[in-house]
Ligand binder design. Structure first.
Ligand code: ADP
Ligand code: MG
Length: 405
């Protein structure tokens, strides 16, 4: 990960742009990665999530080139890509831009351009340079940051008038339909709409949302993300299996209750528990996680709003237990890291974050305990697991924006 300051990254990108294209960029945009504080595996179940946009981001500098081509250089990969913008719209536009033969990183740009054209948006040719510092493949959604940055860029270059909510939906469709990852809306939503020092309570059914101030600096706490050093494996197959198990639960509960549930949002915990024993043990546990997690999100927001940080932390811990035992998306190393974190003085709460099966934990840690967290929890974890863990201290930032340079 690049640790350079934002100013250093911006001048690196501007210098590279000048060298490669012999001119200055006319627009520079950023879009952040994210960490979800609570509300995991609820987004594709029409539930609640509570993510923050973090100060790790994709930056793109660009200028129109007056042609029908897009030329792009990735500083992180030291590689170029170029392709022609299709004149077609609709599904033809999706198939008119093939995936890159050489560069998987270029496919996210191609995906968004194809999706914009599918929806009939004008896209004019441009030259661009990309630079990102969201850890990739760590579950902090570098892909959503990248996709939302591209929508923000084209929106500005071609003056398309796309709202932030639509930018999120376009970016999600690019990931679903072109990249082929069936993610929910959370990652792109928070990257587009995040708010400084706040988390967003998002209702993934209606897409209504509300920024909830964290006041972390004032409260003397920080968001600490730790990468367990376990690469996320089995993600696609297990993710699809969880989705299928949730759907099985919805069907079975609908017929037991004699009313059609559209999603696990349509049943509360008390009603669910009356039926749970009639479901298979596995499906019952999957549903219990989702239904109880939705409640924990709302309880966590209420706890923050009444400044009950101890309760907030306990809800994070309870979310971890539910993800570990009922949804079964944790792994032994993450469980060790979460336990060690929870036992550390100054940690309000800790849990696995992201899709699961490795990746990152998130903890809320008192500023005065951050050094001892790094000095004690991390070595203890590394000794137990044999894995190298990386710590990112994050602040909550605004969502995607055009940078005034
Ligand atoms: P995650 O979203 O959890 O970080 P993904 O596998 O969904 O992981 O997306 C990671 C991919 O996104 C990378 O393999 C790369 O292709 C692309 N990507 C992310 N950040 C950058 C970057 N800074 N430059 C180029 N491509 C990037
Ligand atoms: Mg991703």
């Amino acid at each position: 990960m690049t640790t350079a300051t934002k100013d250093a990254r911006l001048s690196q990108i501007a210098d590279t742009f000048q060298k490669r294209y012999g001119k200055a960029p006319s627009v520079t945009v950023r879009a952040p990665g994210r960490v979800n504080l609570i509300g995991e595996h609820t987004d594709y179940n029409e539930g609640f999530v509570f993510p923050v946009a973090i100060d790790r981001e994709m930056i793109i500098a660009a200028t129109a080139n007056g042609s029908d081509r897009i030329n792009v250089y990735s500083l992180d990969y030291d590689a170029c890509d170029a392709f022609v913008i299709p004149t077609s719209t609709g599904d033809d536009a999706m198939s008119a831009i093939a995936k890159s033969e050489k560069h998987a990183w270029a496919d996210y740009l191609r995906a968004v351009i194809a999706t914009l054209r599918k929806r009939g948006y004008k896209v004019s040719g441009f030259d661009a340079v990309l630079l990102g510092n969201v850890p990739q493949g760590a579950g902090l959604s570098s892909s959503a940051a990248y996709e939302v940055a591209v929508v923000t860029l084209v929106n500005n270059l071609d003056n398309l008038g796309i709202s932030a909510k639509d930018a999120a939906l376009i970016a999600q469709q690019a990931e679903n339909k072109y990249i082929g990852v069936q993610c929910g809306i959370m990652d792109q939503f928070i990257s587009a709409l995040g708010k400084e020092d706040s988390a967003l309570l998002v209702d993934c059914r209606s897409l209504d949302f509300r920024a909830v101030p964290l006041n972390l600096a004032w409260r003397d706490y920080a968001i600490v993300i730790t990468h367990s050093g376990v690469q996320r494996g089995l993600v696609t197959s297990e993710y699809n299996a969880r989705r299928a198990e949730c759907n099985e639960g919805i069907q079975a509960l609908s017929s037991m209750l004699g009313r059609k549930l559209n999603s696990l949002r349509d049943i509360d915990l008390a009603e669910f528990e009356k039926q749970a024993s009639k479901l298979s043990d596995k499906v019952a546990r999957r549903c219990r996680h989702v239904i109880s997690e939705n409640k924990r999100v709302l309880d966590a927001v209420a706890a923050l709003e009444s400044a009950d940080l101890v309760e907030f932390g306990q809800l994070l811990n309870a979310s971890h237990c539910s993800l570990r035992d009922d949804f079964e998306v944790s792994c032994p190393e993450i469980d060790q890291l979460v336990e060690l974190s929870q036992q550390h003085d100054g940690v309000l709460g800790a849990r696995i974050t992201g899709g699961g099966f490795g990746g990152c934990t998130v903890a809320v840690v008192a500023n005065k305990a951050i050094d001892s967290f790094k000095d004690e929890v991390i070595p203890a974890y590394e000794k137990l697991s044999g894995k190298h863990a990386e710590v990112y201290i994050c602040v909550a930032t605004d969502g995607a924006q055009v940078l005034e340079l």
